[in-house]
Design a protein around this ligand. Structure first.
Ligand code: PLP
Length: 421
């Protein structure tokens, strides 16, 4: 078992043996040899159909030829310049054309940087300090948002090392709860700079907004001079060309993006209304900077990825999502499993609970032990999904109908094992 040996060695040099906590699962993660299309190869010669897809960025699958070709060409001309390039304008224009709220863009290096900068910008613009987030949402690993956080942080207490002086300004409420939102804004609205929301809660599984919820959020933020930030690090270029804001028809003031926008390379972005974006330095006085911001490698990969993502692309990809969810639904019904299949477009998850899942507390009623067995059994059946109940699974363009059929069979076999106990 090369993976096991590598993990044991790795633990001596990398905290917990990994570079990001969600990658560590029991008894040990597999170490990757390579990825191509919908498949991952590990160092022990196992092959998996991949529905983790790097936690979302790989909408074209692993190592797409045209993206690699364009990046290779760019690398030969340099990897970072500390000076602007025309490609940054091209990518900004493309984002502005696709994403409804985007009138200007700042490229950064990760989703974490995007949300941190968007919150600072909202504070600078409004002159107010507090922010609202939702229980179980994940907006990256910076201090402003590590409060009742989702993703890897969902299984841990709130992080040490985050000053109370910072988090006292981060107010956390349940998702999909109109009363909680209006009560909080009534009480503290004059001090609230921003509401930051994952329009689909994808870091606690996959929870859609209930009908009318985003509309209500848009209205109440507008009425109270609060900047509405859609964190579309996952949903951006995933749900549609224009992300969740196009999908649900609600236009926020600012949007944060990451993952897909970098075409498989590290990149994030914040975008939004010009009157707000012009507060960013050097145009305005909200400081945001980065050595690798808008670097030509990530920009090239992003540009060539976004060029592919048109309406036809999404109808094909979403069709695959439907087929997979239909197949899973049949498995659940045929076997009489009282589990909760969720998902939309090319996103999906099975909650190991019979309860309806509208928010973090509902998601937490899931049987994580059964999920852990399901996850392990899926790997034995050649399917890799994120190892936690509180993550979302993704499809890519490179997943074939044969992949989907095999996956449905693998899910059925794995559920049989998981549901036996
Ligand atoms: N926001 C959301 C919704 C995310 O899902 C993530 C990461 O998963 C982030 C922000 C942070 O992005 P990154 O990991 O690129 O810093």
């Amino acid at each position: 078992m090369k993976s096991e040996d590598l993990f044991n060695e790795s633990k001596n040099y990398l905290p917990g043996g990994v570079d990001s906590p969600v990658r560590a699962f029991k008894p040990h993660p597999f170490f990757v040899e390579k990825g191509k299309g919908s498949k991952l190869w590990d160092v022990d010669g196992n092959i998996y159909t991949d529905y983790c897809l790097g936690y979302g960025p790989l909408i074209l699958g692993h190592a797409p030829e045209n993206i690699i070709g364009s990046v290779y060409e760019q690398i030969q001309k340099g990897t970072t310049y500390g000076a602007p390039t025309e490609k940054e304008i091209e990518l900004a224009k493309m984002v502005i054309n696709k994403v409804p709220c985007a009138e200007m863009v700042r490229f950064v290096n990760s989703g974490t940087e995007a949300t941190m900068s968007a919150i600072r910008l909202a504070r600078g613009f409004t002159g107010k300090t507090k922010i609202i987030k939702f229980e179980g949402s994940y907006h990256g690993a910076h201090d402003y948002v590590l409060v009742k956080s989702g993703s890897g942080a969902a299984s841990l207490p709130d992080s040490l090392g985050v000053p109370e002086d910072t988090t006292k300004n981060t107010l956390s409420i349940p998702f999909n709860d109109v009363d909680a939102l209006s009560a909080l804004i009534e009480l503290e609205g004059e001090e609230i700079a921003a509401v930051i929301i994952e329009p689909v809660m994808a870091n606690i599984g996959c929870i859609e907004p209930q009908k009318g919820y985003l509309e209500f959020l848009r209205k109440i933020t507008e009425e109270n001079n609060i900047v509405l930030i859609f964190d579309e690090v996952i949903t951006g270029f995933r749900l549609s060309e224009g992300g969740a804001q196009e999908y649900y028809g609600i236009v926020p003031d600012l949007v944060t993006m990451g993952k897909i926008i970098g075409g498989g390379f590290p990149m994030g972005a914040l975008a939004g209304k010009k009157e707000i974006m012009e507060f960013i330095a050097p145009c305005g006085s909200v400081y945001q900077a980065g050595t690798f911001n808008g670097n030509p490698v990530s920009v090239t990969a992003g540009l060539n990825t976004l060029k592919i993502l048109d309406k036809k692309f999404y109808s094909g990809l979403n069709e695959k999502g439907h087929s997979l969810r239909d197949g899973i639904r049949d498995v659940l019904e045929d076997n009489g499993y009282n589990l909760n299949l969720v998902g939309l477009a090319s996103m999906f998850q099975i909650y190991f609970t019979g309860n309806e899942v509208k928010n973090y507390n509902d998601a937490k009623t899931s049987d994580v032990e059964k999920f852990a067995i399901y996850f392990q059994e899926l790997m034995k059946n050649g399917v890799f999904i994120p190892p936690s109940q509180f993550e979302c699974c993704f499809l890519s363009q490179s997943h074939s109908l044969e992949d989907i059929e095999n996956t449905i069979n693998g899910i059925e076999l794995s559920l049989k094992k998981a549901m036996r106990i």
